[in-house]
Design a protein around this ligand. Structure first.
Ligand code: OAD
Length: 268
């Protein structure tokens, strides 16, 4: 593993525009379960996954009922607002501060990259801290809405102050289109990067999983994108040779070692 960390360190140092893609695996060391790992929420509760596939249709059919159920239910991922970033999140902040990482595109809704201090973050599947108007796409902080009061007053769903459109949680549900701004920026980043560091994702959910494939196709005549995975297990990207190599293990251990190795090489 040490050799692969050295190789990744060298690749990052030589890159011109590196970005990171992250998934639930980077937050398991913060006590948040992933979805498809051995203790994942879908692994342990396949029925919840089937239900999640129906959620967006339910929202479209009856947003008031959807919100009432939402406010009554408990989150499958626990209380995300209490979770704290771990060493993996902080290592990505360090890489950004060193000028080696230009952007993080995350599937996670836990907002831990921002909490850790990453600046350029794209929340591909939204954020638990925000609400979003499904008509005009405006986002609002969750605390701007007194959702409980709206519920007791029978005034759900919340409405957008700008366009009166229906407001939903910002988290993107299965079957829901990725918000246009986020989809556009992510595509731009994937096309622009010459190194992609993919951390803690099974890479089976689309369209997110298209981003490494797009990056793989990028050729500017001189360079091809280098794609590195850091994950507990191989993924379809590893098996399909979309990634160049997999550093197998925990992001909370490997990412800090990567930062340390880069420092050592640069100090030489
Ligand atoms: P998954 O649960 O599918 O994949 C997490 C991956 O991280 C697995 O391959 C784990 O083996 C690995 N892993 C777990 N802990 C790790 C650690 N400490 N270090 C390294 N690897 C670790 O999660 P995602 O790929 O993020 O979407 O899932 C994608 C989407 O599926 C989610 O955004 C969510 C879910 O359904 C929606 O809800 C729309």
């Amino acid at each position: 593993m040490g050799d692969l960390i050295k190789r990744a360190a060298q690749d990052l140092i030589e890159s011109r525009y590196a970005i990171a893609l992250t998934g639930a695996g980077i937050s398991t060391e913060s006590g948040i379960p992933d979805f498809r790992g051995p203790s994942g929420v879908w692994t342990k509760n396949p029925q919840a996954e089937r239900k999640a596939y129906q959620s967006y249709q339910g929202f479209l059919a009856d947003p008031k009922k959807w919100w009432e159920e939402r406010l009554r239910g408990v989150s499958l991922l626990g209380d995300l607002e209490k979770a704290e970033p771990n060493a993996g999140h902080y290592a990505l902040v360090e890489l950004e501060t060193m000028g080696l990482l230009k952007c993080v595109i995350t599937q996670n809704v836990d907002a831990l990259h921002e909490k850790a201090g990453s600046v350029n973050v794209i929340e591909y599947h939204g954020s638990v801290l925000k609400l979003r108007c499904v008509d005009c796409g405006s986002r609002f902080k969750r605390e701007e809405y007194t959702l409980e009061r709206l519920r007791t007053e029978g005034a759900l769903p919340p409405r957008c102050p700008k366009c009166r459109g229906v407001i939903k949680t910002d988290g993107v549900a299965f079957g829901e289109p990725i918000p246009k701004d986020v989809a556009r920026r992510s595509l731009e980043e994937a096309r622009k990067c010459d190194l992609m560091l993919i951390c803690g994702t099974s890479a089976v959910v689309y369209p997110f999983a298209d981003l490494p494939r797009l990056a793989r196709e990028r050729k500017d005549g001189v360079l091809e994108t280098i794609i590195i995975e850091i994950n507990a297990d191989p993924t379809p990207l590893t098996e399909g040779k979309i990634s160049d190599y997999l550093i197998r293990g925990k992001t909370g251990e490997i990412l800090p070692r990567l930062v340390e190795t880069i420092r050592r090489i640069r100090d030489r």
